[in-house]
Write a protein that binds this ligand. Structure first.
Ligand SMILES: Cc1ncc(COP(=O)(O)O)c(C=O)c1O
Length: 371
């Protein structure tokens, strides 16, 4: 079966190049957690992690245990840190798979202490501190209770302490420096109480690119690994190589007289004799309804606008004067003929962030990995 000609082509070599760039920037002596949660931001976590391992990466971060287990089953070795939800009832499985959960609140931490009390080999954990994000993590006032608890936790070994920056992409926000101070104070409190903080880490992609003072012992890039800069301004991120191309092919070409309503709701009405190309991609594929009238794709290397309402499976583009033919290649995200549609372009069209564009590419879209 040939199937639908809509797919995402992922260059794992581009991701490896971005990894080398980031590693060189922070220095090889620093740890680097490759953030491959959310199926590596839609790029395919197993393929990405295996390629990064060839590049020397030995630390990975995912959100939850299921993602970590999938990586282990795909043969990924090294440290796998769980950044978000971790259930104490899973402690045995976490140890069996060699996954490192984060402790982020007192109730959860107490249950982890109990669940691991009889473990012959302690379970490695990282402590998450809330330094100003206001989501999960121990606030400074709870660190006394945390250290009391951990001194009586024979089944746990703290191998890292981390936090999360709220405003790193904002070069001028005073909150980043404040979060650094709170983390430093938290680490000092842990050390003074005899709980070694282990490896300390804070920086995401934006902080690696913009805030040298956040690098501590290790960094945690996600977006930049995939070649997308954390801010919409051109800048340091220009050196990054976008890894994913989302492409399709024209499935029909229609001539429409002026005044022809197109698509659901007839929202778009042609103003001139128009050539409309139909693409087999829609919002189930992550090509959002909000792109209607706002995004562009590349057809024969030229930018053409999305017209009419994007539906679940189909999208219309105004291909007037392009010479569009059935089966022509269409780049929905990527580069062709010197033009480009970036994750930022699509994010702006949908009033969102590039993370959501990449993670939103649907499960129906095959990921292919050119050699
Ligand atoms: C805790 C944590 N660290 C690091 C990252 C990576 O962030 P970025 O993709 O901005 O580099 C994320 C992503 O959301 C995260 O949640």
């Amino acid at each position: 079966m040939n199937g639908r000609p809509t797919f995402a082509s992922v260059s794992v070599d581009a991701i490896a190049r971005n990894y080398r760039l980031l590693r060189d920037r922070v220095g090889a002596q620093r740890g680097l957690f490759c953030v491959v949660k959310g199926d590596a931001y839609g790029h395919g976590a197993a393929r990405v992690a295996r390629r990064l391992a060839l590049e020397g990466a030995s630390r990975f971060a995912v959100a939850v245990a299921e993602e970590g287990i999938a990586l282990r089953r795909a043969g990924v070795e090294g440290e796998i840190l769980l950044l978000n939800y971790s259930d104490p009832a899973d402690a045995g499985a976490l140890r069996a798979y060699g996954l490192v959960p984060s402790l982020y609140d007192l109730r959860q931490a107490r249950l982890f202490v109990e669940a691991t009390r009889t473990f012959a080999e302690p379970l490695s954990v990282h402590l998450k501190l809330d330094t100003g994000m206001g989501r999960i993590g121990f606030p400074p006032r709870e660190l006394g209770a945390v250290t009391d608890l951990l001194r009586r936790a024979p089944g746990l070994r703290v191998t890292g302490t981390f936090s999360n920056l709220a405003c790193a992409e904002d070069l001028h926000s005073p909150r980043t420096a404040r979060q650094v101070e709170v983390l430093e104070a938290g680490v000092a409190t842990l050390s003074a109480a005899g709980v070694g903080p282990g490896i300390v880490h804070l920086a995401n992609s934006a902080a690696i690119l913009f805030h040298r003072g956040t690098w501590f012992d290790a960094v945690r890039p996600g977006l930049a690994l995939y070649g997308v800069g954390p801010s919409s301004d051109a800048g340091k991120e220009d050196a990054l190589t976008p890894a994913l191309t989302l492409e399709s092919r024209v499935m029909a070409v229609n001539e429409a007289a002026p005044g022809t309503p197109l698509g659901y709701g007839g929202r778009f009405v042609t103003q001139r004799p128009s050539t409309i190309a139909v693409l087999p991609i829609g919002y189930h594929d992550g090509f959002r309804r909000s792109f209607s009238g706002r995004a562009r794709v590349l057809l024969r290397g030229k930018e053409v606008p999305v017209v009419g309402a994007v539906s679940m499976d189909l999208t219309l583009v105004d291909a007037t004067d392009t010479g569009a033919q059935n089966r022509d290649r269409v780049v929905c995200l990527g580069i062709e003929g010197g033009n480009r549609v970036t994750a930022w372009d699509l994010a702006r069209a949908a009033e969102t962030i590039p993370y959501e564009i990449l993670c939103g590419i649907g499960s129906r879209v095959p990921r292919v990995y050119p050699p």
